[in-house]
Design a binder for this molecule. Structure first.
Ligand code: NI
Length: 251
């Protein structure tokens, strides 16, 4: 073997080693930590899977074209899936954003049609808020497997009875709507975040989008993986049932 061939063989070997180094952690993580998914690899960004610390990002009150699109771009760059609880009346004209969410592996949920309290509503009014949003989402996406997050996290017996979906609340709330102070939100989340948490953001504020992506980068570096709500609970062996309320999936 002459010098050039040796070099080529060496280069081939190191390329193979690199490929293995990239593929193996992901493969291990997929097999050990996540239920098998059809298409989209969840959180393919992290290189060292460690102990599979999982967190779910959730975003309420969208879609809003400018901020939601910026968020989807940032999540796509990082290979991170999230869960979106949408306002029904904001869907018309934004169906392409919903389809993008779907295609990129995000989970979609209902937040209500006009962002009102769902507690104390009679059957017809509840249906105007939740049923109508479900129809709008179904028409845009062609499937019907939407979670529910009632506005303000307000739940009563009527909401539980009529939900027709698992009710997903949260465990870390930076109150990003209040002062839109990205640094304060970031510090609070980084301090509080732990394995199994559900983080609450609103993807209608530019600061929230920036903060969420900053949080992703920091927690990735700490060995966390980001997963959708169904994947989080599946990974913890907790079945999601219609009308039940969930705040976290702590191990
Ligand atoms: Ni809301």
């Amino acid at each position: 073997m002459d010098g050039i061939h040796k070099k080529e063989a060496k280069a081939g070997l190191s390329a193979f080693a690199l490929l293995l180094a990239i593929t193996l952690p992901w493969l291990g993580y997929s097999l050990l930590c996540l239920p098998q998914r059809d298409s989209v690899p969840a959180d393919a960004y992290v290189e060292t899977p460690g102990q599979c610390k999982l967190i779910a990002l959730t975003f309420d009150d969208g879609p809003r074209r400018s901020t939601t699109t910026a968020l989807l771009d940032g999540l796509a760059e990082r290979g991170v899936p999230a869960t979106f609880f949408l306002i029904g009346e904001q869907v018309p004209g934004n169906e392409d954003i919903l389809r993008r969410m779907d295609e990129e592996g995000h989970q979609i949920g209902i937040h209500s049609y006009t962002h009102v309290k769902l507690t104390g509503l009679n059957r017809a009014d509840f249906s105007e808020e939740v049923g109508r949003t479900r129809t709008v989402l179904k028409n845009a996406l062609g499937h019907n497997d939407f979670l529910l997050r009632p506005p303000y996290g307000m739940v009563d017996a009527g909401v539980r009875r009529r939900a027709g979906a698992p009710i997903i609340l949260w465990s870390v709330d930076p109150e990003d709507w209040k002062d839109q102070d990205g640094e304060r939100e970031y510090q609070q989340i980084i301090t509080e975040a732990k394995d199994g948490d559900i983080l609450l953001f609103h993807d209608i504020f530019p600061t929230s989008v920036e903060t969420a992506l900053r949080v992703v980068d920091t927690l990735h570096a700490q060995g966390y993986y980001f997963v959708t709500i169904p994947d989080l609970f599946a990974a913890r062996g907790i079945p999601l049932k219609n009308g039940e309320v969930y705040w976290n999936a702590y191990p």
